[in-house]
Design a protein around this ligand. Sequence first.
Ligand code: FES
Length: 94
Amino acid sequence: MCLVEPGGKKLTIARFNGRIFAFAHKCPHASGIMADGYINAAGQVTCPLHRYRFDMQNGRNTSGEGYFLKVFKAEKREDGIYIGLEDKGFWGLL
Ligand code: FES
C-alpha cells in the first residue's frame, strides 16, 4: 500500500493479487492512516490503530463495527493507474 495525492486529494492505493484498489487515506473510525496498515490473506485492509478490517472493493467493514471505508474505482492501464474521483461540486466542498 502507499499514499498518493492525485489532484490534491490524499488516497491510499493498494495492490493485491494483481488488482489495484483505491480508498480513503484515513480510517472512518478514528482517522488511522490506512497505508500504515496491512492487507490480510483474505484481501481485506486492516487499519493500524484498532485493527478494524474493510473490504477494499466496496468499503464494507468486515470486522463488524459498522463503519464504511470510502472506496474509489481504480484501474491499471498501459500508461499508468487511473482513479475515478468525484467532481468537487459547486462550492468545492466535497
Ligand atoms: S482508527 Fe482505524 S480502526 Fe480505529
